[in-house]
Design a protein around this ligand. Structure first.
Ligand SMILES: [Fe+2]
Length: 418
């Protein structure tokens, strides 16, 4: 049982019908608002297409050393806020990431993972998953824990958190300089892989984005027909959200999802793409309110699954899908929690495509609650509560141990102040 969850309504179809009727009544001119939002999005899409056509970089790229030394320019900050995503170059030295990659393989081999693995434990990606994602339910290796509790990780998470407004509406929504240690899985996609990738989607809730009371407050300006007041970087109410209970969910509030690369990845090898427009979520929210959508439909949103974005309902947004540039081992990649993302198909992949998932999840009541269950899972080597109960590592050799935690690791699980 995950913490910070909420209960799915018994009559989901009825709830959706009622919600849509209410939202239409409150907004009034839904078509007019949708047209205004679409105009804004269309300008962003045109800019993204123009940058791509000119061979430029849509994804902002920042050197870790510039973050550590306070040398990130205002223009770079504006660029990340506009696109909602970024690559942090040389977040870790290349040789450190390569060593972590080897250590991870040794950990899996030493514990006979290939023989004991029972196959995927969830169906989170549903129909989006045309081929099995090579994501391994491993949480407590030395490489993962060393990266999560590394000072360099804390530096970058703090920088990313500080892109948000964390005090507003008379409340402090989170502490940008302290992060929940959020355990997630690893991806190891081998050379020769042919994969259909993963369809465009958003995490951090699907039907919740319309139905959950805290999300209704997050998107209050939309319901009030005040799109110009909507700021995707205002954290107000976000830390009060709870996803509906499922076998794979996120109990934490994440300012950014992210991963750290353990291998070099050329840009044409089935890499992560985003729709680099944070406010595109408003388009997604309004789309089901239009008259061509069935009364109880949210354009494909279903409980317990990632929220799908499609050519059928969101063709304007799909035009903006843009891949990460070439990634080197040790770089990290980040995208705002509302940002639409996808994994491109690949045929006969050259080289490995290996990452450790590490988000930015700043300290707030919601994340402090989840930290308690993380600490328990860590102590026993269990799968964390947000993930299927697979528990491969409970008796594994060379699991990262409590004595190896540093101050960031302890603080990140609520185990004492640094
Ligand atoms: Fe995702």
């Amino acid at each position: 049982m995950a913490v910070s969850s909420a209960t799915l309504p018994d009559d989901l179809s009825g709830e959706i019908r009622a919600l849509k009727a209410e939202a239409r009544a409150q907004i009034g001119d839904v078509e007019g608002l949708f047209a205004a939002v679409s105009d804004f999005i269309a300008q962003e899409v045109a800019d993204i297409e123009a940058v791509r056509a000119a061979g430029g970089d849509v994804w902002p790229q920042i050197e870790y050393a510039d973050i550590a030394n306070g040398r990130v320019t205002d223009a770079q900050v504006r660029d990340i806020k506009r696109r909602g995503c970024a690559v942090i170059r040389n977040h870790f030295p290349h040789e450190q990431a390569a060593a972590w990659d080897r250590q991870l393989v040794a950990y899996l081999d030493d514990n006979d993972f290939d023989r004991v693995y029972r196959g995927p434990g969830d169906d989170f990606f549903g129909s989006l998953s045309a081929s099995r994602p090579p994501i391994l339910p491993i949480y407590w290796s030395h490489p993962q824990m060393e990266a999560r509790q590394h000072e360099r990780m804390a530096d970058v998470q703090s920088f990313m958190n500080r892109l948000w407004v964390h005090e507003s509406e008379g409340r402090t929504w989170f502490d940008p300089d302290r992060n929940l240690l959020y355990p997630d899985r690893v991806r190891r996609r081998p050379p020769g892989t042919t994969s259909n990738g993963l369809g465009a989607h958003v995490d951090s809730g699907s039907v919740e984005r319309w139905l959950h009371p805290a999300y209704q407050k997050v998107f209050r300006h939309v319901l009030n027909h005040e799109f110009d007041k909507y700021n995707p970087w205002d954290a107000a109410w976000r830390s009060d959200i709870g996803e509906y209970e499922g076998s794979t969910m996120c109990s934490a509030f994440r300012t950014f999802q992210g991963w750290t690369a353990l291998s070099d990845m050329p840009a044409d090898q089935g890499v992560l793409h985003t729709v680099p427009i944070p406010a595109a979520m408003i388009y997604v929210l309004l789309r089901p309110l239009l008259s061509d959508v069935p009364a109880d439909s949210l354009c494909g949103a279903a409980p317990h699954q990632a929220l799908p974005i499609s050519e059928e309902w969101h063709p304007l947004l799909m035009r903006a899908l843009t891949g990460v540039p070439k990634i080197n081992a040790g770089d990290s990649v980040w995208w705002h929690c509302d940002v639409i993302h996808a994994v491109a198909p690949v045929t006969d992949q050259t080289g490995w495509s290996n990452v450790i998932y590490i988000p930015a999840a700043p300290w707030c009541d919601r994340n402090a609650r989840y930290a308690q269950s993380v600490a328990e899972a860590f102590t026993e080597g269990r799968s964390p509560d947000d993930f299927p109960e697979e528990h491969y590592e409970t008796a594994w050799n060379d699991r990262f141990g409590p004595a190896e935690l540093n101050a960031y690791g302890r603080r990140g699980m609520g185990l004492g102040e640094a």
